[in-house]
Design a protein around this ligand. Structure first.
Ligand SMILES: Nc1nc2c(ncn2[C@@H]2O[C@H](COP(=O)(O)OP(=O)(O)OP(=O)(O)O)[C@@H](O)[C@H]2O)c(=O)[nH]1
Ligand SMILES: [Mg+2]
Length: 605
């Protein structure tokens, strides 16, 4: 029987997980000589590469001495917390990375809490000790305090600690030790992560934690085998979360080695392998012995906290830029997403619209971004938190928020967050002259806050948040103050009129951009919407000949991205998303209807 260790690498965003996995792959000699490998090799999909963040959990395997180590790299961004939860059941240990300067951050707490609940003993890696501002002793204390606060048991409190600079390829037991290689970390894994429980000699039990597909063999389920063996060509019973069963033959069995996948004939308890041949295989399904099927517990992840209505584009420019524009196509795509993404939900709302729920704006934004790249065109409404009722009390999700700001901005940050119903729990001056403020805040109060915060802190503030728990609803929170500049006509925007409108706010469009009546073309510098005409006026060429060139200088418009639009819009606005454009519009394109609604709103206040 092969000696196996299964670990997940967990941490707050950017603390160096994927970089560490690079080094483990490299230093275990897993790559073939001369194999060309990119930095952060596990971040393999396009959006991950572009943004330098991990979105999906992915597994790889290395050999170290006579051991095989299966490693699952996980995302650190709070919105993808479900990806971490879903793989923790598949491993027998975790590497908890903590940035030696930033220390314990909101998502460190979230992922460690989950790992502790699974009974896992963390191997703590204080990473980035090469950084100038690093303070490994302080960070070590923070980790210990956190474990105590999370009710870790005695074994868990005996966690091993290493000091590392993943990027530079070393880890060591004591700060005084020489910076050499990753061997101390390999040894720590072998010594401190328990061997998988379960036996290869009993009936088969395996569980799918990731889906994949292959042009030749179709759907593939990446599974952890908990008991027995899985053999190519043999028949097994697939048991779904709802208890339904179907029999299929394993047409292909795939093992992992570094970034490669290799065909194998057999795998046994403790290992992680990919199985093909089951057409309706889904995340969470159990693969069992056909005569004695004992299904494993379905997977549990935290429920979504944020939802957005996605609907068919019905604006005047609909259908001009997208390939898939119908309600059927959108429904099909969303259903497909829900099969693999167990932290998200989708609910048809009638009227060619769907409620898509997830952990945060980024998670929903990434799905929308993927869809537009696939040729979809659709609209999104303003994100709303998912409320629920407990014992007759309306509850809403709260987040743990940490902001790091230069001292000079401490006041404005506290004031603005106060208006958004945040409750400050700690204020600590940091050695680098910044202040670390911690808050508990309704998730609602965070919608649209990031932009305002960056402006208020001149781009120097850093904010991080992560899901805390549901608490009683906290009443009204403040939202966007500036109104919208709304186009009152259809056509192509004219430079001269944009020039004139610049005085009224920040423009979102450039000359020649297509606009329509009811489309938001900028942010007004005052509260309340303003109908404006971006088509009016002389053509720019006329202006040039009149010799006032300098006077018509156009300011670069603010670029509207999918995520910035999700932060910015109000309840009566929508985002129109196509493979080419992201536009903001009023829900109602008719100015008369809008005026009436505005008046009613004012009267009701
Ligand atoms: N100074 C320093 N930088 C490091 C070290 N390890 C990683 N980094 C840098 O930190 C950044 C984030 O690294 P990643 O490996 O992508 O972090 P991650 O934890 O996988 O991030 P997510 O998956 O998005 O949560 C990159 O710019 C790395 O080069 C280190 O030991 N020292
Ligand atoms: Mg990563």
């Amino acid at each position: 029987m092969q000696k196996i260790k299964n670990i997940a690498v967990i941490a707050h965003v950017d603390h160096g997980k994927t970089t560490l996995v690079d080094q483990l792959l490299q230093q275990s000699g897993t790559y073939a000589d001369h194999q060309e490998v990119q930095e952060r090799a596990m971040d393999s999909n396009d959006i991950e590469k572009e943004r330098g963040i991990t979105i999906l959990s992915k597994n790889t395997a290395i050999t170290y001495g006579d051991h095989k180590i299966n490693i699952i790299d996980t995302p650190g961004h709070a919105d993808f917390g479900g990806e971490v939860e879903r793989v923790l059941k598949m491993v027998d240990g975790v590497l908890l990375l903590v940035d030696a300067q930033e220390g314990v951050m909101p998502q460190t707490k979230f992922v460690l809490k989950k790992a502790i609940a699974f009974g896992l003993i963390p191997v703590v890696v204080i990473n980035k000790i090469d950084k100038d501002g690093s303070d490994p002793d302080r960070v070590m204390d923070e980790v210990f305090d956190l474990l105590v606060a999370l009710d870790a048991n005695e074994d868990q409190l005996e966690f091993p600690v290493l000091y590392a600079a993943a990027r530079d390829g070393y880890a060591k037991w004591e700060m005084e030790d020489e910076n050499k290689d990753m061997i101390p970390l390999f040894d720590a894994i072998i010594e401190h992560v328990p061997y998988p429980k379960g036996s290869p000699d009993v009936d088969t039990q395996a569980q799918v934690f990731t889906l994949d597909s292959d042009n030749f063999v179709g759907r593939i389920g990446i599974t952890r085998i908990f008991n027995g063996k899985v053999k190519k060509g043999d028949e097994y019973l697939l048991v779904k979360a709802d208890g339904s069963k179907s029999k299929s033959r394993v047409s292909k069995l795939i093992g992992f080695k570094g970034l490669d996948r290799i065909d194998i004939d057999e795998a046994e308890a403790g290992d992680i392998v990919a199985i093909a041949g089951f057409n309706d295989i889904d995340v969470g399904d159990s693969v069992c012995d056909k005569s004695n099927p004992v299904a494993l517990d379905p997977m549990h992840v935290e429920e979504p906290t944020l939802s957005v209505i996605m609907s068919v584009n019905n604006g005047p420019l609909a259908g001009q830029e997208g390939k898939h524009v119908t309600s059927n196509k959108i429904a099909e795509r969303l259903e497909k997403e829900m099969e693999t993404n167990i932290a998200m939900r989708m609910e048809p709302m009638g009227d060619a619209s769907f409620k898509v729920s997830g952990r945060g704006e980024l998670q929903i934004g990434i799905l929308a971004e993927n869809m537009r790249r696939e040729g979809f065109e659709f609209m999104l409404a303003r994100p709303e938190v998912v409320t629920k009722e407990e014992n007759g009390v309306k509850m809403e999700p709260f987040e743990h928020l940490v902001v790091d700001v230069p001292e000079a901005f401490q006041g404005v940050a506290i004031e603005k967050l106060g208006k958004r119903k945040a409750n400050m729990t700690s204020l600590v001056p940091m050695p680098d002259g910044t202040v670390r403020l911690e808050f508990e805040i309704p998730a609602r109060g965070l919608i649209g806050f990031r932009n305002e915060f960056l402006t208020d802190t001149k781009g120097e503030g850093i904010m991080n948040h992560s899901y805390l728990e549901y608490r009683a609803y906290s009443g009204m929170v403040q939202s966007r103050t500036p109104g919208a500049l709304v186009s009152m006509d259809d056509g192509e925007a004219v430079a001269f009129s944009i020039f004139n409108l610049q005085a009224r706010g920040v423009m979102f469009i450039s000359a020649q951009d297509k606009v329509y009546s009811g489309m938001v073309i900028g942010e007004s510098s005052r509260p309340g919407d303003l109908d404006v005409n971006p088509l009016k006026g002389k053509a720019l060429t006329n202006m040039r000949t009149s010799g006032t060139d300098e006077a018509v200088k156009l300011v670069t418009p603010r670029k509207i991205t999918l995520e910035s639009a999700m932060e910015w819009i109000e309840d009566d606005e929508l985002i129109e998303i196509t493979p080419i454009s992201v536009r903001i519009r009023k829900k109602s394109l008719d100015p008369v209807v809008r005026k009436r609604a505005a008046r009613d709103k004012k009267n009701s206040k």
